[in-house]
Ligand binder design. Structure first.
Ligand code: ATP
Length: 361
């Protein structure tokens, strides 16, 4: 029996509520697998309350502590008492960089019952994955300010693109595309999203590496789109995509558009992978702490539950991950099943979690 050590970090706001449901469903999946695997969980209270008490979002050796786990299930951070760039930098960005979680994976699949803002799109018609570089690019912490508070104030932020970072994310995208094609999910089509017509250093470099790497994958149909054109096409014809690979900032933009096209934040999960398995990967719903609905048991837990399923899959429990996703899909597709308000229902967060768990037996 495989045993997996999981660090559970619910964080702030609705993160606490949606991760509670994700854990409920993960426990049901564990029971459903009848001893095939075991989840040994530790809940970590590293959030904004912790910041108020200790002046930081996680202990000084937090990243070291996390290295002792096989995976991290993370909710969200965000609280009026902590500047957002501080809470995000000290948790999400610290984990991504400190644990070299260089591949951010966000699947976008239109499921029956999910609200799609585009007309005439059928369930199953939209099914693609955005692979976003997660540790460098435009989010590299390189820059500074001069003459703060004066009319001559200057801010400089540099993007960092390394050959290692660029090549490994593009290769990951091609490998994923190949895997999806083999599984009969995708069509073996990869789109590199860039902006080499306007950014003649970093993006020309990205595109050059793409042109090199694609030669190793003649079985994959590959091409590129500029970021602006890619955003338009995600709205106009999302069914045209299979695997998209892009830099950190462009990936951030693309995944928000992709998320909304298949039902919004209520159902968008993501994985921050260390594909080399040299450190734990982190799984999270895309949504933030949502202070407007926090503490009211109103948040949609599906994104956190799907993030839990991605975690099981990465841990090698792919059969359990599939069973968990199927349970979510059956609740979504059932007009009588409880749904939260964002999905047109009036059920609570915990009612939806209970229903998915019940369907796992
Ligand atoms: P943060 O500052 O932590 O990012 P935010 O409110 O700026 O929080 P989100 O938390 O992503 O950003 O929320 C954006 C909007 O989407 C809010 O109106 C929120 O209520 C809604 N929302 C986000 N997640 C969910 C969810 N799981 N279920 C229902 N509504 C959600």
């Amino acid at each position: 029996m495989g045993s997996h050590r999981i660090a559970v970090m619910p964080g702030d706001g609705i993160g606490k509520e949606t991760i509670r449901e994700a854990m409920k469903v993960l426990r049901a999946a564990e029971r459903n697998a009848k001893g095939a695997f075991k989840l040994e969980t530790t809940e970590l209270d590293w959030n904004s309350d912790y910041f108020v008490k200790h002046g930081r979002m996680m202990p000084e050796d937090g990243i070291q502590v996390l290295r002792g786990y096989d995976a991290i299930l993370f909710g969200a951070v965000g609280d009026a008492r902590v500047p957002e760039h501080v809470s995000v930098a000290q948790t999400i960005l610290a984990m991504r960089r400190g644990l070299d979680q260089w591949a951010n994976i966000r699947p976008a699949r239109l499921l029956a019952g999910a609200p799609c803002p585009l007309k005439d799109k059928q369930p199953g018609q939209i099914d693609f994955v955005v692979v976003r570089e997660n540790t460098e690019g435009e989010y590299a912490d390189v820059g500074g300010n001069l003459f703060a508070g004066t009319p001559n104030e200057v801010a400089v932020q540099s993007a960092v693109f390394t050959r290692r970072g660029t090549e490994r994310i593009l290769r990951y995208g091609f490998e994923l595309c190949r895997k999806r094609k083999k599984q009969g999910v995708g069509r073996g089509k990869l789109t590199s999203v860039s902006k080499q017509n306007a950014q003649r250093h970093s993006q020309v470099f990205w595109h050059k590496v793409f042109e090199e790497v694609r030669k190793d994958y003649p079985d994959i149909e590959s091409g590129f789109l500029y970021i602006d054109a890619a955003c338009m096409d995600l709205v106009r014809k999302p069914e045209a995509f299979d695997v998209i690979v892009s830099s950190n900032l462009f990936g951030d933009i693309l995944t928000d558009v992709a998320g909304v096209v298949v039902g919004g934040l209520g159902i968008a999960p993501s994985a921050n992978l260390n594909p080399d398995k040299a450190a734990p990967s982190m799984f999270e719903p895309v949504h933030g702490s949502a202070p407007d609905i926090a503490g009211k048991n109103l948040a949609n837990p599906l994104a956190a539950v799907m993030a839990g399923a991605m975690m099981l899959d990465f841990l090698g429990e792919d059969a359990a991950a599939r069973t968990m996703s199927k349970a979510v899909e059956s609740v979504l597709a059932d007009p009588k099943a409880p749904k939260t308000k964002d999905f047109g229902g009036n059920a609570s967060t915990s009612e939806v979690g209970d229903e998915i768990a019940a369907r796992l037996g």
